[in-house]
Structure formats: structure tokens, C-alpha cells
Write a protein that binds this ligand. Structure first.
Ligand code: 2PG
Ligand code: MG
Length: 436
């Protein structure tokens, strides 16, 4: 009798890094194995994402999850009991059918993703495997296991910093690092150097939602300039050792043909915003730009990708919302060349994996990503390693909900490198083939 048959599913309210309620789902299998997962939550949301079920009303600003918890403890638990947790597809299909809505709004994307991930954790526990190893399966047995290349936030802006600057994430990508450990060490040195520069300029003013430094700048571009200075101050070569990556998150300050960069005091057409970003790409060591245009501005995405898509990653986040269908369409239109992969945008692991498969088929880059509202849950790191996703984005190198993920990556790297004395190679060169 299989030891991965689901015996019970229970949810509880726990708290995320913004102090908002979220839910944790715990799944118990026959013969005692258990697995649990916590739903993350975004702040800059794509309109095509799976919708979280929130209670509304006055408590917790409307962010309560009592209804989502009740959905798991009631209908979802009832339906999943007796299914095989190791059959992720069957579990996810049951969740999707039970919810019955296109946007997962009945039971909530939060209830579904926590349940879907808890099933994977429980099955891995029953088989006595680390989650990444369980997810990898047997098929890729001969391929080397790679650690993802980190993308770490140094300044946090946009809706994660009260709109203090318009661009949302100013990140570093340690393209020249030889290992996951070195990539993190370099990111930490740059963070420290950036904090030092902000102190010298009298601009150090706390941190944004993902632990990146508060962006007390006069112009958006100043943040990029300071980031490059910080890389140099850390004794690293901008572009060669450590490159810059931006998440413009343009949907949060504009839509088709009307983008208002409040910090720069300008209102730009899509064409002009593209021109501004291309200019930045030309003058700074930028290797990736995420959501350069608003989610509905396909023409703008095509224009920007045409201009720089051969040189840098143009990443779709709100634009693609981890949807296989949208990724296929973007590939046809040449509207970007990389996909941010966020499990809770899709709502289940099976749909997340389908989006990843579509990205691979399109020869897109892929970045497994956490959300701005996070917890100690480290599932995303295991998904990245287990599924062989070449890059990982989990916010800054500070704050427990972020370091929980980076540190889990270090543990996996150690476990992998134990035999050879190394700590697992990075796929850096393949993620950015135009770098050395
Ligand atoms: C993003 C993420 C992470 P959020 O836009 O890529 O930075 O933010 O989770 O708020 O969508
Ligand atoms: Mg984004």
C-alpha cells in the first residue's frame, strides 16, 4: 500500500513578512509522513494572476484568510483525502476542478498553491528525499544538478517603497561568480557597500518590503549609478563580476502610451519609455530588464525587445503571469525573451511547471521568483534546483524571509558538492551566454 496516500489536509493562519495574514497548509499521509507550505503574496500584481481569497472587511486591512483556511479545511480536504500526493498532476487537477474558476477566486490562489506545494513536500518526505531531489525525478539522472544564479535586490522601490522611486527592483546578478556561495558573498558585499554610500550621502533611511535599501534618490537613474558605484566599492568589476538587473514593474506607474515617472517629473509615451530604458542599457552594465512596459502594452514590449533583446534578458512578469499560454504568445510575438516563474501566479505546481516547459520550448530564460510578501517557506529554492531553473529571485540579502531561501540554497549546494569538494557549478554562463 502506497505511503503517499493523503490522509488529512489542514490549514492555519500564519503571518507574512508584511505582517499580513497568510495560510499554511499541512498535509499528512498514510503511515505518518507530513509536508507543509505557506502561500506567499505579491504587492505589484499582474491582472492575469491567480487571485488570493481574502476576507475583506476591517480586520487586518481586509487581508484576513479565514475563508481560505475554511476552504482548505472543508471542501479541499474532503476532495483530496485518498488521492496520491505523489501524483502532483492528479492533486492539482482536483484542486483546479474543485475551484472551477479561471482565476482561482473561489477558493483562492493562496489556498491552492499552499495545498499544491504541501502535497509535494509530503510526498518527498514519505520517500525520504529532499524536495529538490524528489522534484528532479529520475529522468534527468545523468545531467548535472545546477544551482540557480541569484538575482539579489539592493534597492527596493515602486509599490514596495511607497512609490519613493518609480522603478521597483534594482538588483545585482553576479554573472562572474563561480559558485552559488560566491554569488551570495558578492551580493552581500555590494549591499554593504551600497549601504555605506547611502550613509555617506546622508540618504540611509531603512529598507523596503524585500529588505532592499530604501531608495532615497532624487531621480530613478541615480539608483542605478549608485548601484554601479557600490559594485566598484566592493572591489568587483561592474558587468564582468556583477551586473545590474532592473524590475521596472511599469504597470504600477502607467499603461499603454502613458507612463508617469513621478520621481523624474515626466510623463512618457511607450516609445519614449522604451528609449529611456534603452539608453540606460547602453550606459550601464544592465543584463536584464523585467516588465519594461505595462502588462497590456504588447507593442511596447515588442519594441523594447526588438531594440535590446539580443543583448539582455527582457523578462515578463505581470506581462506573462506564469501562464504557458501567454508565454507561447509572447514567443510568437517576440515580446520578451525570458519569463519570471512565480508559482502563486499560476496557482498550482502543475501549471507552474507547464509555464516553465513553455518557456524552455521558446528558448526563453527563466527565473524562479519569490514574492514581496514572504515567509520562512523555502519551497521556491527547491523548485528552482529540482526543475533546473537557471536563475532565482527572492529579494535582498537581508531579512529572515529572504535569507531563509538563500541559506537553503547554500545547504543544497553543500550537499551536492560534498563529494567533490566543490559546491555545485552555477548555470551563470548558460543564463547569460553573451557574458564571458
Ligand atoms: C516582482 C515581485 C518581486 P511582487 O514584481 O517581481 O519583486 O514583487 O511580489 O510584489 O509582485
Ligand atoms: Mg516583477
Amino acid at each position: 500500500m502506497s505511503n503517499t496516500i493523503i490522509k488529512s489536509v489542514r490549514a492555519r493562519r500564519v503571518w507574512d513578512s508584511r505582517g499580513r495574514p497568510t495560510l499554511e497548509v499541512e498535509m499528512a499521509l498514510r503511515y505518518g509522513a507530513t509536508g507543509r507550505a505557506i502561500a506567499p503574496a505579491g504587492a505589484s500584481l499582474g491582472s492575469g494572476e491567480a487571485v488570493d481569497l481574502r476576507d475583506g472587511g476591517g480586520a487586518f486591512g481586509g487581508y484576513g484568510v479565514d475563508k481560505a483556511v475554511a476552504a482548505v479545511n472543508g471542501a479541499i480536504a474532503e476532495r483530496l483525502k485518498g488521492l496520491d500526493a505523489a501524483d502532483q498532476k492528479a492533486v492539482d487537477e482536483a484542486l483546479i476542478a474543485l475551484d472551477g474558476t479561471a482565476d482561482k477566486s473561489r477558493f483562492g490562489g493562496n489556498a491552492l498553491i499552499a495545498t499544491s506545494m504541501a502535497a509535494a513536500h509530503a510526498a518527498a518526505a514519505a520517500l525520504k528525499l529532499p524536495l529538490w531531489r524528489y522534484l528532479r525525478g529520475d529522468g534527468d539522472g545523468l545531467l548535472p544538478v545546477l544551482l540557480p544564479l541569484p538575482e539579489a535586490q539592493i534597492f527596493g522601490g515602486g509599490v514596495h517603497a511607497g512609490g519613493r522611486v518609480d522603478v521597483q527592483d534594482f538588483m545585482v546578478v553576479p554573472v562572474g561568480a563561480d559558485s552559488f556561495a560566491q554569488a551570495l558573498a558578492w551580493s552581500a558585499e555590494v549591499y554593504r557597500a551600497a549601504a555605506g554610500l547611502m550613509t555617506e550621502q546622508g540618504r540611509l533611511a531603512g529598507v523596503a518590503d524585500e529588505g532592499g535599501l530604501w531608495p532615497a534618490f532624487d531621480k530613478n537613474e541615480d539608483a542605478i549609478g549608485t548601484l554601479v558605484k557600490a559594485i566598484e566599492k566592493a572591489g568587483l568589476k561592474p558587468g564582468e563580476d556583477v551586473a545590474v538587473s532592473l524590475d521596472v514593474a511599469a504597470s504600477s506607474f502607467g499603461a499603454k502610451n502613458r507612463y508617469r515617472l513621478a520621481r523624474d517629473g515626466v510623463e512618457l509615451t511607450s516609445d519614449a519609455l522604451s528609449g529611456l530604458l534603452v539608453d540606460w542599457v547602453e550606459r550601464y552594465p544592465i543584463v536584464a530588464v523585467e516588465d519594461p512596459m505595462a502588462e497590456g502594452d504588447k507593442e511596447g514590449m515588442i519594441r523594447f525587445t526588438w531594440a535590446v533583446g539580443k543583448r539582455i534578458q527582457v523578462i515578463g512578469d505581470d506581462f506573462l503571469v506564469t501562464s504557458a499560454r501567454r508565454i507561447r504568445a509572447a514567443a510568437r510575438d517576440k515580446a520578451c525573451n525570458a519569463a519570471l516563474i512565480k508559482p502563486n501566479q499560476a496557482g498550482t505546481l502543475t501549471e507552474t511547471q507547464a509555464a516553465l516547459a513553455a518557456a524552455r520550448k521558446a528558448r526563453f530564460g527563466a527565473i524562479l521568483s519569490a514574492r514581496s510578501g514572504e515567509s520562512e517557506d523555502v519551497s521556491v529554492v527547491h523548485l528552482a534546483v529540482g526543475w533546473g531553473v537557471p536563475q532565482l529571485k527572492v529579494g535582498s540579502i537581508t531579512r529572515g524571509e529572504r535569507t531563509a531561501k538563500w541559506n537553503e540554497g547554500l545547504r543544497i549546494a553543500d550537499a551536492l558538492g560534498g563529494k567533490k569538494g566543490g559546491d555545485g557549478p552555477l548555470p551563470a554562463r548558460s543564463a547569460f551566454p553573451w557574458k564571458k
